[in-house]
Design a protein around this ligand. Sequence first.
Ligand SMILES: CC(C)(COP(=O)(O)OP(=O)(O)OC[C@H]1O[C@@H](n2cnc3c(N)ncnc32)[C@H](O)[C@@H]1OP(=O)(O)O)[C@@H](O)C(=O)NCCC(=O)NCCS
Length: 163
Amino acid sequence: MVEPWLARLDAEWLDAVERVERAGQAHPWSRVQLMGALTDVQGSVWGIGEGQRAESGLRGFAVLSRQPFDAELQAITVTPQARRRGLAARLMTALLDEAKEWGSERLLLEVRASNLAALALYRRVGFGDDGVRRGYYPPPAGRGTGAREDALLLSYPLTGHSR
Ligand SMILES: CC(C)(COP(=O)(O)OP(=O)(O)OC[C@H]1O[C@@H](n2cnc3c(N)ncnc32)[C@H](O)[C@@H]1OP(=O)(O)O)[C@@H](O)C(=O)NCCC(=O)NCCS
């Protein structure tokens, strides 16, 4: 099997990132939000792809932001056809490496309690549970009249001092 490629993405990748986001997310970020992430000097967007290192090869991406002490995972999406091949796990490794380079103490994230695939990914990578934010998210797509949903807060220690 050919190794997937990993790269930091800039604004030139906007169309490809938007395509992946629309294909893969129930609640996709808007083009403006994606452009904001791609041009944010306080963060980075990492992409992973198969085959050509070009727009057509992009299979997934993740958005990392730099906070005063910690780094935060803002989003991660892999196209449905490319799932369960380890692409998101590889993206997470790139994010953890970059957050370490920044000197961040932890990588933080929040996730819908019902998002079992993402939770399995994060726990597999080594994230631990920090708590719950009750009713944080609007009802899941397609269940518009349902109750709001809890966010689970997870973190990964990067310095050895915080856990
Ligand atoms: C969550 C997501 C990014 C995972 O991407 P992926 O490339 O399929 O994940 P990987 O192949 O790297 O999975 C790594 C491990 O995570 C776990 N995992 C991932 N998806 C899983 C699923 N659907 N069910 C159970 N475990 C899962 C497994 O332990 C897996 O290892 P394995 O395949 O050897 O068992 C992908 O499902 C996705 O894009 N979902 C929609 C967007 C989303 O919910 N993003 C997160 C919140 S913003």
